[in-house]
Ligand binder design. Sequence first.
Ligand SMILES: Nc1nc2c(c(=O)[nH]1)N[C@H]1C(S)=C(S)[C@@H](COP(=O)(O)OP(=O)(O)OC[C@H]3O[C@@H](n4cnc5c(=O)[nH]c(N)nc54)[C@H](O)[C@@H]3O)O[C@H]1N2
Ligand SMILES: Nc1nc2c(c(=O)[nH]1)N[C@H]1C(S)=C(S)[C@@H](COP(=O)(O)OP(=O)(O)OC[C@H]3O[C@@H](n4cnc5c(=O)[nH]c(N)nc54)[C@H](O)[C@@H]3O)O[C@H]1N2
Ligand SMILES: [Mo]
Length: 824
Amino acid sequence: MTTRDTDRIAEPWGQRTPYGPGQTWPVRVDTHLAEGVTEADVDRWVQAASILHSNGDALDIAVKDDRMVGVRGRAEDRVNHGRLGVKDLYGWQANASGDRLTRPLIREDGELVETDWDTAMDRVAGRTRELLDEQGPSAIGFYTTGQLFAEEYYTLGLLAHGGIGTNHVDGNTRLCTATAAAALKESFACDGQPGSYTDIDHADVIALYGHNMAETQSVLWMRILDRLEGPNPPQLICVDPRPTKVAEHATVHLAPRPGTNVALVNALLHEIVTHDWVDHDYLDAHAVGYDELSKRVREYPPEVAARICDIPAEQIREAARLLGSAERLLSTVLQGFYQSNQATAAAVQVNNIHIVRGMLGAPGRGILQMNGQPTAQNTRECGGDGDLPGFRNWSNDAHVADLAKVWNVDPMSIPHYSPPTHVMQMMRYVEEGSIKLLWVSGTNPAVSLPELARIRSILQREGLLLVVQDIFLTETAQLADVVLPAATWGEKTGTFTNVDRTVHLSEKAIDPPGEARPDLDIFVDYARRLDLRDKDGGPLVPWTEPEEAFEAWKECTRGRPCDYTGITYDKLRGGSGIQWPCNDEHPEGSERIYQDGMFWADPMYCESYGRDLVTGAPLEPDEYKSMNPSGKAVLKAAAYMPPHELPSAEYPLQLITGRTLYHFHTRTKTGRAPQLQAAAPEVWVEMSVGDADRGGFTEGDLARITTPRGVVEAAVRITGIRDGVLFLPFHYGYWDTDAGHEPDAAGRAANELTITDWDPASKQPIFKTAAARIELVTAGSGPSAPAPTTTASASVTRTRTTGTPTAGGPAATASESIETEGAR
Ligand SMILES: Nc1nc2c(c(=O)[nH]1)N[C@H]1C(S)=C(S)[C@@H](COP(=O)(O)OP(=O)(O)OC[C@H]3O[C@@H](n4cnc5c(=O)[nH]c(N)nc54)[C@H](O)[C@@H]3O)O[C@H]1N2
Ligand SMILES: Nc1nc2c(c(=O)[nH]1)N[C@H]1C(S)=C(S)[C@@H](COP(=O)(O)OP(=O)(O)OC[C@H]3O[C@@H](n4cnc5c(=O)[nH]c(N)nc54)[C@H](O)[C@@H]3O)O[C@H]1N2
Ligand SMILES: [Mo]
């Protein structure tokens, strides 16, 4: 089947292609070409993969007259079988925005002014040298992203850890999937996704925990929708306080109070254990820790959790029965767990369900501790965040020595006295003045970190040299001392890996604008200017081309779990992406890991010895060895603990924040794609019918949301969200407002309101539990909130009737209660 995009804003998941268990998901090729362009006009199609979420949807970029003119899903790829989500169909247009950064900028007398590359890079390298001489490597911090390519992270990881020798290297993956990695490390002592997308083709029960897949991995959701429409459909469990599309299709929708996930999953485990829906043979052979877990979950009968979570006990029982009777269980976990209270402890309990039920390493039996960003997996694998490259264990000296051999440096020059510094701690060091150069690449912390008033003041601290490498003059770039203009997806070549370990090649289709350069070039240039050298006096970073960097990265993965040695650029061209491990033993890659209950958890091989889930303290090597001498899966129990900030008389509600289908993060790309921007043009706040009635709100009122950190104003959207909870999308910063952020005025960014607090084990900030209040500013400022009606944000009140939906129009056309910029 081939579909054109005409109605994809209004019908985001497109037409159904039903299929049954064990069958192959049918192909459906989605295409969008610019107005007036047909496939016959296209000069060439250039292979790439999606960069606006972690699903790894393969696509080809259409090029005409050396300009991008569209995209088409790749039918032959294992991930998407030709399909594309809305952000990918339209988001590429941002590449050609007139306001791309095209020249480096430096701050002179308080103003950012254009300069040349030599001046900008000399300022960065010169200051680095000075700081190294004066204070040493701890003066320098790198904060990168989940949106560059593997080659770039590996280069950054090498120059930062192996060259400069700083331990202050993290990515925005800390905000994103640090908990995915942490939960996998706790249960399996190593990162790496047990599941595979093909598990959807086989599963009879699919459980989604805090994961609005319909909006955030919309192609994966199409796969589930197609199973639901086919013979013998799977049953769905949805755990989310909002009425998402996932909830709408679920057999059981559990809508707990935010921050109570551990109590809920403990109750599910309670039922599984007391009914003995347990695979004892599997447990005996392949896991440790069952005694402690079964003892712990006995404290959480459904009635206890029902009280904590404020949901019916019978619903918990029903969900547990589905889990307990599943033959092929697939679970996915995302931000409703990772960014909520007790993130790692909660995500680990989902792993526990799979371990006690023996639901691993076979078709339909998988866990997807999801990623969010397109290349987050690579940040983790390559040492771009708080990990060492190749899933090496920083607390295992032999691993550090091995890495030093690969890099040809002295092991003592790679810092490993403690785990690499997490970003919230790096911000603290900047605040205290010990980090004096912070290099931010591919992330926009002035909108995406919690408690923005604090972050803004940190980023503007006297004495800090802030370097920002981006493609637009973002809210963060506006605060920088040096701005480096980057080339992005479609303008540079590299590889990246999605959540189910599928590696894709994304090739350069067109030239970057002006003097913008690939991130790889910028990092290599910096290493050269610093004259970083290996033990023998050779250049530490000897490569300049992406493929050379990839070949070096492959060597670094040899024999490690994420083994890439069997992959080449050529092998990735033409066909489907390939799943690691891919090596001599598995030349075509590996559909599943952890088959036959074999894990990467041996004390000498594993990536992590785990942490205490309450304090976050890393386990000593000997503690791990005595707990798990033969490298089995680890069942880790956890008691429920309430969120740190609970509702009070002054702040009676709970605020959660998150995403909408049509936008990506701080909207630097989707806000510049007209169709996507029109579909969700302005910030809104979701509240329940009950809370609206009690507070006297109606749809479209302008409201003020306040937490102890700040104030945001947003239009009220009344939805089926659970009582007591407000939801704000976090996409709206200040780059496209007239005034920008004004110090004493109400803000627009959700993170004005969020708290400086993080999970003890993963160090992931808590974006989804804060106490808040809401007050009316102006009644009826519009007929309805500017929010999509096709998604979890759908209004439960019908306020306005528009004409016939027009194909390709804004989300408004799918329903009646939306006002868009275009409509005004
Ligand atoms: N359209 C779109 N897609 C994206 C992105 C995007 O910006 N836009 N970003 C990508 C990235 S980087 C990420 S990380 C993913 C994130 O993808 P998701 O995790 O699916 O997205 P969120 O909206 O952050 O959160 C998911 C759900 O968590 C629920 N939730 C909040 N608090 C709790 C809680 O305490 N318990 C439970 N059980 N649920 C709770 C919210 O109601 C929300 O529906 O999406 C990726 N895909
Ligand atoms: N309140 C709240 N806050 C959140 C979340 C939430 O749910 N609620 N979610 C968190 C999560 S999961 C995430 S992932 C973060 C995302 O937060 P950010 O990473 O800050 O958001 P993005 O808008 O994706 O920022 C990416 C930046 O990289 C730039 N860029 C794009 N491509 C390239 C490139 O090729 N090279 C370079 N150098 N730059 C490029 C973009 O223009 C953009 O400025 O937000 C986190 N913050
Ligand atoms: Mo994310």
